[in-house]
Ligand binder design. Sequence first.
Ligand code: PMP
Length: 404
Amino acid sequence: MLDIQKIRTDFPILSQKVNGKPLVYFDNGATSQKPQIVLDAITKYYSEINANIHRGVHTLSQLATDAYEESRKKIQTHINAKFSHEVLFTSGTTHGINLVTNGFGSILKPGDEVLVSALEHHSNIVPWQMLCEKTGATLKVIPMDENGELIMLEYDKLLSEKTKIVTVNHISNALGTINPIEYMTEKAHEVGAAILIDGAQATPHLKPDVQELDCDFYVFSGHKICGPTGTGILYGKEEWLNKLPPYQGGGEMIKEVTFEKTTYADLPHKFEAGTPNIAGGIVLGVAIDYLNKIGFENIQQQEKELLEYGTKRLLEIDGLKIYGTSKEKTSVISFNIDGIHPYDIGTIIDKQGIAVRTGHHCAQPIMNFFGIPGTIRASFSFYNTKEEIDLMIEAVKKAQRMLS
Ligand code: PMP
């Protein structure tokens, strides 16, 4: 059992008051809070070893380079990638997806098909649309049902030898559904298609094993796993990363440059042009260490209890409907109350110190499916408590009374 009160002291922001009330932070799906050890590591980097990496022979440059590359190895171990050069530092999930879609620009041809799921965040829809517009490939959508689950029978039917890549999130940010990515990967590979998994919402809750999953690409953001903003990882299988052209040109990503021709650096540098977020990359490793120390089994246990308790308590409220009712779901509850706009509830409960997300959660197609403008989303992390859920319930009931 985790000592949640002790864990909470690791996060200075959690003891803050917001609008005169103790902060109840239930917007973890948007970004997680940061433990002191992560904050300290940022200061330590800038006050002790700040230098540009992979460039100088001087001591600080070596120290910074070593710390950055050690962090890459740490992340390789965390996701069980075969090689550390399959682990690319990015600025986040969005960057990782765009890197892949840019690469597929030189692979796809008119008539090829890209399968995207109906449960995606805009950042896993729009880059693929742009890619299809550019290449003449066709975007097809794997539909979902009322529970917020992807319909595997329809997925099976959509797959064909025309399918070149499938893209799906591991866990939906809007509904919390955990998608059957093992099955989807196997099926994609049966028709010779690649698969990209958007792990932005999964990595806060679980440790992905990319070799076991056998996925071709796996992307996630550092800021959702207790790391700094502007950090992220794109895992790609070596064979794919070798096949894809570079995303950006510049320093660091070259072997030799002449005005006639440039040759590119080996992986991972081929995809890491320019000075990266060095501090961020190093500190992401610190954040991952922190989570592993707490232990993902413990994290899941705590979040499961919060999900069950939160669901039960919310359903006590008259006229409340939860969207996303899959049995396979993580600690995200998306809901609405009859006749009340989600923004109104969000605004009122903010005055009580309760931070939730309201709106379409960058997943407008999901909102369109349900015929709603948006939802209120409470997303719990391991550092949240049942007492905080009680505070949210009271605040929501009060808002309901005021708005009815
Ligand atoms: N995919 C999913 C499922 C997400 O939840 C998010 C962030 N809300 C993203 C992609 C985009 O992540 P980022 O903004 O960190 O690039």
